[in-house]
Design a protein. Structure first.
Length: 384
């Protein structure tokens, strides 16, 4: 009899899971159609936050208004997979080569959210039609002047930083960090990985982050003429695993909202900055303690910029949630596009990666005012 009861309980769980899947599909479809019907304007999407964000950033970060940076979108070909991987790049061009007016008005980041990809990654639902997606034009958040760099050469002999987004992230998640680093002389490269919500290419066996990064490194050196003076990588969430497994001990790493250690136990050499928060819904205090090795020096927020930063540094913040660390324009697009889904997801206890918290806090700018100066100072100290 106990066996039969257990079997009934198992069947009940299966039925419940099937119902959950159907509910989730309907929620995804409803969310996409509601937002697509309500937001058909071709103007920059969710720039309703842009004015306040850009004003706050100008006030909270170093004034870069006299600096011009360039944004350029690449397609890195992986012939063995017949795939072109989108890569967003930012760099500081030679001022003598800039003919375009120094204005941010015309520069936008072409962003896409695919409900099919989200459903596939969260619950293996591969039957959602591909047209259930939304295109966005994200405005840059930088106070620097920004121009398209399609016709501008990449600078050589500069420090190069890779940006690794997290699960269901995008190549624009850390665009606000890239903009600031570019204004300081770094070349920033942000590839779209298979776990991205943009769904620019199909997921397939063997196509992973390591393959993409290796191909990007080769393209950068052979086709783009970039001879890096040093290498660094910044990862958020799942991207921390990318950061700790990319490059050798000469690379400088920044891990945000994720562990600065490798899961396989291999020691991570080189310089590493860890940034985590106690308000991160994906991080418990016990996990936080296990995430930070004993050789990391704990920084204090009120004094962290007063002295040279240790090679192994960690700061534990109290306010940011998991996605507060990301660019506000990308966050706002995600939260507003999928806002009809959040109540359903919460009712079904589906992890929403703190999007519910961010819907209330909208604190990307406040978080950036602390995090970006720290990252910039750390990378300049160890890479320049």
């Amino acid at each position: 009899m106990p066996h039969q009861g257990s079997q009934k309980e198992s069947i009940s769980r299966i039925v419940t899971r099937k119902g959950f899947m159907h509910s989730l599909v309907l929620a995804f479809l409803a969310a996409s159609f509601v937002v697509a019907d309500a937001a058909s304007s071709p103007r920059p999407a969710f720039a309703f936050m842009a004015d306040t964000q850009q004003t706050d950033i100008k006030n909270s970060q170093q004034d870069s208004s006299s600096t011009t940076i360039a944004y350029r979108e690449l397609k890195v070909n992986l012939p063995q997979f017949n795939v072109d991987v989108p890569v967003a790049t930012w760099f500081k061009p030679d001022d003598k080569l800039i003919d375009a007016p120094k204005t941010n008005d015309s520069v936008v980041y072409s962003h896409r959210i695919s409900v099919k990809r989200i459903g596939s990654l969260l619950a293996g639902m591969n039957f959602i039609p591909e047209f259930v997606s939304k295109e966005f034009e994200l405005s840059p958040t930088t106070s620097a002047s920004i121009v398209y760099g399609n016709d501008l050469p990449y600078p050589s002999d500069r420090p190069v930083v890779f940006l690794a987004h997290g699960f269901l992230g995008s190549r624009f998640d850390l665009s606000h960090v890239a903009e600031e680093l570019a204004s300081q002389g770094f070349v920033c490269l942000s590839p779209e990985y298979p776990e991205s919500l943009a769904s620019s290419y199909a997921k397939m066996e063997g196509l992973d982050r390591g393959v993409i990064n290796d191909r990007l490194l080769d393209t950068m050196q052979t086709d783009l003429g970039i001879k890096a003076s040093s290498y660094g990588i910044i990862g958020h969430s799942l991207g921390c695993g990318t950061a700790t497994s990319t490059g050798d001990d000469s690379w400088t790493r920044v891990c945000i909202a994720g562990p600065p250690i490798r899961r396989d136990g291999v020691e991570v050499g080189g310089n590493t900055l860890s940034i985590v928060s106690l308000n991160d819904g994906l991080v418990t205090m016990s996990r936080l303690e296990s995430m930070l090795p004993s050789d990391f020096v704990r920084l204090q927020e009120n004094t962290m910029m007063n002295a040279p930063l240790p090679k192994k540094s960690a700061i534990i913040l109290t306010e940011p949630n998991h996605i507060s660390f990301l660019a506000g324009n990308a966050n706002d697009a995600m939260v507003n596009f999928l806002s009809p889904l959040l109540p359903v997801a919460q009712a079904l206890s589906i992890p929403v990666l703190d999007f519910d918290k961010y819907q209330e806090s909208r604190d990307s700018v406040q978080t950036a005012s602390v995090v970006i100066p720290l990252i910039t100072a750390y990378l300049k100290q160890y890479m320049m």
